[in-house]
Design a protein around this ligand. Structure first.
Ligand SMILES: NC(=O)c1ccc[n+]([C@@H]2O[C@H](COP(=O)([O-])OP(=O)(O)OC[C@H]3O[C@@H](n4cnc5c(N)ncnc54)[C@H](O)[C@@H]3O)[C@@H](O)[C@H]2O)c1
Ligand SMILES: CC(C)[C@H](C(=O)O)[C@@H](O)C(=O)O
Ligand SMILES: [Mg+2]
Length: 359
């Protein structure tokens, strides 16, 4: 059956990087992958056209798609929109929530060729392979009540950090199952020394553990986890955490791989429908220059093939092509080091495509 794929380029470097990833998708199609690809508007690009960051038409297309490839949304142009609901980021959060994409997988893998591009000592990161499992449709990002209002003569801002047992259990199961397929170690990250919501989080993780006797479960406070990620990151296999902690820790983990431009992601619901996007943002500081690293987005296509389209061989082929290009010494500016050849976004896309075709 033909599967629908929706590409949402978004803002800033979004269109530049999704253009390269789309070429890889097209190459998969040329090799017999039965997909139909269409594009849509999300974020600032959608706001400029329709006055909404998530127009009804985009949401409809997203619901009908088996998988979505997203570039990134947001940028200074839209940061002053007063109505928060109209900000580009709300469009992205809307797709995640509306499609129930609660399971966010963020793999931080340090390619051996890039160990020296990390800001940490190469021996600390060489061979690193961590999977961060982030809850994506709950927690403080969505909790009610929220707002800014006048109280006792001054304005107060407030959000609600809330998780139900069922929300914790469902992301916990994703993480335990992921650990079973990997190194069988799961570290649950919380702030159970202070926050009730994460006391419950820890309890639920403990309750699930006996169902996965082959997985070794540990717990860590988020502040320590941030420190351990830069002290000795290879101690981790799978990490599971809530929406906001996962956002922060995955950016920190990205730097272990050499650049945030290397970290792909998958956001999945219960039926395997997914949105695939790099973990980084729209990088307004380099947008339009043709120098952004497209590899996180290309590697997100590999995740799409693995998790939504059941094509693991094609996924491996893309990952191997990326490895090949790095072996050949090609680097975008963010991962360049002595002795490598600095290339543009499009040249990196050309090289990955050529390596993919040659395999
Ligand atoms: N998923 C998303 O769409 C997403 C994620 C994060 C941030 N954002 C939005 O993006 C905008 C910018 O946010 P920010 O500056 O905090 O984070 P950012 O990730 O866009 O950029 C942080 C730094 O990393 C660099 N960088 C990011 N991606 C890169 C790439 N592929 N190649 C080379 N360098 C890269 C940028 O140039 C910048 O110096 C904001 O509007 C934010 O809300 C969107
Ligand atoms: C843009 C923003 C809403 C988003 C998030 O916080 O989830 C981003 O930082 C991410 O990591 O995907
Ligand atoms: Mg983030």
């Amino acid at each position: 059956m033909t599967q629908k794929i929706l590409v949402l380029p978004g803002d800033g470097i979004g269109p530049e990087i999704t253009a390269q990833a789309s070429r890889i998708l097209a190459a998969c199609k040329a090799r017999g992958l039965d997909i139909e690809v269409e594009e849509g508007l999300l974020g600032g690009a959608a706001y400029d056209e329709h006055g909404e960051p998530l127009p009804a038409e985009t949401l409809e297309k997203a619901k009908a798609a088996r998988a979505i490839l997203l570039g990134a949304v947001g940028g200074p142009k839209w940061d002053k929109i007063e109505d928060l609901a109209k900000r580009p980021e709300k469009g992205l959060l809307g797709v995640r929530k509306q499609l129930g994409l609660f399971g966010n997988l963020r793999p931080a893998i340090t390619y051996p060729q890039l160990a020296s591009a990390s800001s940490l000592k190469p021996e600390l990161v060489a061979g690193l392979d961590i999977m961060i499992v982030r809850e994506l449709t709950g927690g403080i990002y969505f909790g009610q009540p929220r707002g800014i209002e006048e109280r006792d003569g001054e304005r107060v801002g407030f959000n609600t950090y809330i998780y139900s047992e069922s929300e914790i259990e469902r992301i916990g199961r994703v993480a335990f199952e992921m650990a079973q397929k990997r190194g069988k170690k799961l570290c649950s990250v919380d702030k159970a020394n202070v926050l009730e919501v994460t006391i419950l989080w820890r309890e639920v993780m403990e309750r699930l553990a006996p169902e996965y006797p082959d997985v070794e479960l540990s717990h860590m406070y988020v502040d320590n986890a941030a420190m351990q990620l830069v002290r000795a990151p290879k101690q981790f296999d799978v990490m599971v955490t809530g929406n906001m902690f996962g956002d922060i820790l995955s950016d920190a983990a990205a730097m272990l791989t050499g650049s945030i431009g290397m970290l792909p992601s998958a956001s999945l619901n219960e039926s395997g429908q997914g949105m695939y996007e790099p973990c980084h943002g729209s990088a307004p500081d380099i947008a339009g220059q043709g120098i952004a690293n497209p590899l996180a987005t290309i590697l997100s296509v590999a995740m799409m093939l693995r998790y939504s389209l059941d094509e693991p061989a094609l996924a491996e082929r893309i990952e191997a092509a990326v490895g090949q290009v790095l072996d050949d010494g090609l680097r975008t500016a963010d991962i360049a080091s002595e002795g490598t050849r600095t290339v543009s976004t499009a040249e990196m896309g050309d090289a990955v495509l050529a390596a993919f075709e040659a395999r």
